[in-house]
Design a protein around this ligand. Structure first.
Ligand SMILES: Cc1cc2nc3c(=O)[nH]c(=O)nc-3n(C[C@H](O)[C@H](O)[C@H](O)COP(=O)(O)O)c2cc1C
Length: 194
């Protein structure tokens, strides 16, 4: 998780992912205050136990973003893939440039060189040409660029049990779409046609 707005998306993805997967979590030092402001979750101290307690999972391993000796900094450590949710423009630029200045950028660099799945959920509004160029560069390398862009079709009356549908459903939809790209089972939203 990095210091873009949109931490509720990252938290929801983490909650779901940790139900079945072993998760190596890095929270950039810049994003702790944003997570606190946007979700009320204060994970700055004793992060691993706080996150495990929140998610009800002991499959989460937390690494500080300056801890370059963490397992995920090496390609020899096997992972199924990596997600950056939300992804700041700074981290996006670092990954696009191969500038592995912290553990998140290094782990992404490793994921790319090992040709493993990488997903970024970049959040900014509006995007500059520089942001878009960085995204295009990475998309051409096979990176999934999945910004938290809301849809509304899943909120329509015949699918939603209560109206007006709220932010919670919006968060679930985006988190679910992100999990879909990795084939992670979830029931965060009802599928169109189901
Ligand atoms: C409240 C707040 C919201 C922010 N939202 C965004 C955002 O949506 N997108 C973005 O690229 N940067 C955003 N930033 C700026 C980043 O946090 C900043 O560029 C930081 O250096 C990112 O570092 P990191 O990628 O290592 O977390 C925000 C900063 C603050 C304080």
């Amino acid at each position: 998780m990095t210091g873009a707005s949109g931490s509720p998306f990252g938290v929801r993805v983490l909650e779901e992912l940790s139900k079945t997967a072993e998760v190596h979590l890095v929270i950039s030092s810049n994003s702790f205050s944003i997570i606190r402001d946007e979700t009320g979750l204060d994970w700055a101290e004793n992060t691993e136990s706080a996150v495990r307690e929140h998610c009800g999972s002991d499959r989460i391993f937390f690494h500080e973003d300056r801890r370059m000796e963490a397992p995920i900094a090496s390609g020899s450590f096997r992972i199924d893939g990596m997600m950056v949710v939300p992804c700041s423009m700074k981290t996006l630029a670092g990954i696009a440039a191969g500038y592995a200045a912290n553990l998140i950028e290094r782990a992404a660099d490793v994921t790319l060189k090992e040709r493993r799945p990488l997903l970024l959920s970049p959040r900014e509004m509006p995007f500059s040409a520089l942001h878009l160029e960085n995204m295009l560069k990475l998309a051409r390398l096979g990176v999934v660029i999945a910004p938290p862009v809301p849809a509304f079709y899943h909120l329509s009356g015949h699918l939603s049990e209560h109206k007006p549908a709220g932010l919670e459903e919006m968060v679930n939809f985006i988190a679910g779409k992100i999990l879909d790209t990795f084939g992670v089972e979830h029931t965060l939203f009802r599928r169109w046609g189901s």
